[in-house]
Design a protein around this ligand. Sequence first.
Ligand SMILES: [Zn+2]
Length: 76
Amino acid sequence: MTAPYHAEAFFVMPGRCFRMVSGSAGEAGPTHCPDTPGWRGRFQARDGRWYTVDACDGHSGPLHDPRPIQPHPDPG
Ligand SMILES: [Zn+2]
């Protein structure tokens, strides 16, 4: 069975997509999603707990209440 991401492995780190993805050819094991996150929302883990996470466009699907991240507010 092949999954586009590892459903039970994720991490909460502002500024990084929360998903773990399968390593590309030549890499072993899951690796942090390399995409720049554009969304922040709430994610319910399999244990029922809720986390506030950042996600890239491709991984923002399961987020509840996703909001666009404003990375660099224009100072002026
Ligand atoms: Zn991602």
